[in-house]
Design a protein around this ligand. Structure first.
Ligand code: SF4
Length: 179
């Protein structure tokens, strides 16, 4: 049995893979096989074969970003003619629209804006929570780290203050990190 075939068997049997195994799968497995393996693992965790979903809306509150990731076609410099930053009221309007269509969760994500401090985020979160019954699952870890730097606060303080303003959870790789 080839090393790759042995690895497929390992995944299918529910054995935890190592970093090296993951790298081998990433580099050598074809996409359909990877998808099939992922499905097998999901069935091991959830054999009842039930798939659930929620209705949510992603709202990108700004495309201004200092990170300039090479793969990203979304970001703009602050001086760019099509750079934008949504106000709290504009965001609230989008949230209300989503809720009226059945959304129960909102995902706010944006660029690493050079000047936005905690007050903007607190206002947005508070306004949403005051007007709409939705879970706010928002902000990537890089946004949190950036906000901590711009606001001269620790990451823990930023998370605490965002939570107090209404943030329910952060998105993660496999599942959200609920406070
Ligand atoms: S941090 Fe996000 S928005 Fe900014 S450049 Fe990278 S991918 Fe694009």
């Amino acid at each position: 049995m080839s090393q790759l075939a042995a690895l497929y068997k390992k995944v299918g049997n529910g054995v935890r893979i190592t970093d090296d195994d993951a790298l081998r799968l990433f580099n050598e497995a074809d996409l359909l096989t990877l998808g099939n393996l992922a499905r097998q693992r999901a069935c091991l965790f959830h054999p009842q074969d039930v798939v659930t979903f929620i209705i949510d809306r992603n709202i990108n509150y700004t495309n201004i970003c200092t990170s300039r990731c090479r793969f990203c076609a979304f970001y703009r410099d602050a001086e760019s003619p099509d750079a934008y930053l949504l106000t709290a009221d504009e965001i609230l309007e989008k949230v209300s629209e989503a809720v009226s269509l059945g959304a129960t969760q909102i995902m706010l994500q944006g660029g690493l804006h050079p000047a936005l401090t905690l007050g903007y985020y607190q206002e947005v979160l508070q306004k949403i929570k005051q007007r709409c019954a939705v879970s706010i699952h928002s902000f990537s870890p890089p946004e949190i780290v950036h906000l901590a730097n711009v606001s001269h606060l620790s990451i823990a303080d930023v998370l605490r203050q965002l939570r107090d303003a209404g943030l329910d959870s952060l998105p993660g790789g496999r599942r959200g990190n609920t406070f």
